[in-house]
Write a protein that binds this ligand. Structure first.
Ligand SMILES: NC(=O)c1ccc[n+]([C@@H]2O[C@H](COP(=O)([O-])OP(=O)(O)OC[C@H]3O[C@@H](n4cnc5c(N)ncnc54)[C@H](O)[C@@H]3O)[C@@H](O)[C@H]2O)c1
Length: 253
């Protein structure tokens, strides 16, 4: 494993489980000192312990990304602990469905509040600290192929991820002068929970060239690339790790 992030300070939200957990592990493998931040502190502590057992330098932190004060406290802790903040990965999010005609304001606000407003606040709090410390930084969001297409029951989720991809573009434009790059990784269907079963639903398989769930590690590899100097000329983009899902048209014939 290359050590593209040796000695750098990184934090990952929602890293107590799933894709965030895999990203935290990958950044740690690449040499970063990682803050494992999650609303579930016990899960974050378990992940940090596992990483430390491998010789990495990880610390657990409670955060609720729907609360500005909680995000600010996480950032302060990361800077206090590691001296600066080089990489911020805003991953925490929920995928929840509800038919459009039945969708409540409460449901809409919950999904947008966590997936989009939460990412906005994390991105802004990280960027403010990166500007203040000087020397630039990298911000990585976790979007979704659902941000590119409509989906049944996914009005709120798809809108949150579409908004996130546009937020990535605007932040990239405004933060470039501070040497901060902003990108997103866009996972396709990724196996993170037992209830997903072993294969994606037929409607997904039918338009997915690789016809399988992605692994969280496969998404984490792209996030690590976006966090590393290797992607130095890449900003404002969403880089999909989705088995070809977003490029497929007619699949038969
Ligand atoms: N799994 C997929 O198929 C898939 C596909 C595309 C995009 N994504 C995106 O990837 C990201 C991670 O998804 P996942 O499947 O790994 O999810 P997951 O449910 O496995 O893990 C999410 C983590 O976020 C934490 N979290 C929830 N609310 C939080 C809050 N308010 N503050 C801080 N942490 C909070 C949870 O405790 C959990 O540890 C999400 O943004 C999701 O939209 C996932």
């Amino acid at each position: 494993m290359s050590k593209r992030l040796e000695g750098q300070s990184a934090l990952v939200t929602g890293s107590g489980h799933g894709i965030g957990r895999a990203i935290a592990a990958r950044l740690a493998e690449e040499g970063a000192r990682v803050m494992v931040a999650d609303i579930n502190l016990t899960a974050a502590e378990d992940v940090a312990r596992e990483l430390n057992d491998t010789g990495a330098e990880a610390v657990a932190q409670h955060v609720d990304v729907t609360e500005r004060a909680s995000i600010a406290a996480m950032m302060e802790q990361a800077v206090a602990r590691h001296g600066r903040l080089d990489v911020a990965v805003s991953n925490a999010g929920i995928m929840d469905r509800m038919p459009f005609l039945e969708m409540t304001d409460e449901f809409w606000n919950k999904v947008i509040g966590l997936n989009l407003s939460g990412a906005f606040m994390c991105g802004q709090e990280a960027a403010r600290r990166m500007v203040a410390q000087g020397g630039g930084g990298r911000i990585v969001f976790v979007a979704s192929n659902s941000g590119l297409f409509g989906g049944r029951g996914r009005a709120a989720y798809g809108a949150s991820k579409a908004g996130l991809m546009n937020l990535t573009q605007s932040m990239a434009i405004e933060l470039h002068e501070h040497d901060i790059r902003v990108n997103a990784v866009g996972p396709g269907p990724t196996k993170t929970r037992d209830e997903q079963g072993e294969i994606p639903p037929p409607s997904v398989m039918a338009r997915m060239p690789m016809a399988r769930f992605g692994r969280a590690e496969e998404v984490a590899a792209v996030a690590a690339f976006l966090a590393a100097e290797e992607s130095s000329f890449v900003t404002g983009h969403t880089y999909f790790a989705d088995g070809g899902y977003t490029v497929a048209g007619m699949m038969e014939g």
